[in-house]
Design a protein around this ligand. Structure first.
Ligand SMILES: CC(C)(COP(=O)(O)OP(=O)(O)OC[C@H]1O[C@@H](n2cnc3c(N)ncnc32)[C@H](O)[C@@H]1OP(=O)(O)O)[C@@H](O)C(=O)NCCC(=O)NCCS
Length: 146
């Protein structure tokens, strides 16, 4: 089941982020520095869509409206549920309900899992911001058009 995320979902978002950082300590180096406060801020000022199995949040997409487009600020699949098609499924639903909008995002050039995902689901590179991250790496700017 998918549904819009609300502020009362914050605990599950925080737990997913904590577990991801534990499972992959290199994530912080890839600019993945989300705190409870910054996640809560996205739930309040942005929007979110979650994929649920029963009461458990398996994957989520946080995004903001940017004029005629949408900008994804964060997407994650729970550690232990990855590489099973969860984000592909959730992104499919996200597209279905946003058919009239382009979707933008940016990603650390060394986040290979995420880059592979974006290419697989149809994003195209449309820019590059050199030295964008603390470690001197570039951000790859990507766009999805229906
Ligand atoms: C990126 C992420 C969201 C992918 O979610 P997922 O549910 O595992 O993705 P899917 O199972 O739908 O996989 C879709 C594609 O992503 C790519 N992918 C996913 N996991 C991968 C891995 N471990 N290694 C390489 N490519 C991978 C593959 O192209 C895969 O297609 P395939 O299964 O046909 O090879 C997940 O790895 C994640 O939460 N990463 C940590 C958070 C993060 O970096 N978010 C993005 C930046 S904010």
């Amino acid at each position: 089941m998918t549904r819009t995320l609300r502020v009362f979902d914050i605990d599950q978002l925080v737990q997913i982020v904590i577990d991801l950082k534990k499972a992959d300590p290199n994530l912080e180096d890839l600019g993945f520095s989300w705190s409870r406060e910054s996640l809560m801020n996205e739930l309040k000022v942005g929007c979110g869509l979650g994929l649920w199995k029963g009461n458990d949040l398996v994957a989520f997409i946080l995004y903001r409206k940017a004029g005629e487009a949408l900008e994804i600020t964060l997407l994650c699949t729970r550690a232990g549920s990855q590489k099973r098609g969860a984000m592909t499924e959730l992104f499919g639903k996200f597209c279905e309900i946003n058919l009239d909008k382009d979707i933008w995002l940016d990603v650390h050039e060394k986040n290979h899992k995420a880059l592979n995902l974006y290419k697989k689901i149809g994003f195209k590179q449309n820019g590059r911001r050199p030295r964008y991250y603390k470690d001197g790496s570039a951000a790859i700017l990507m766009i999805y058009q229906h």
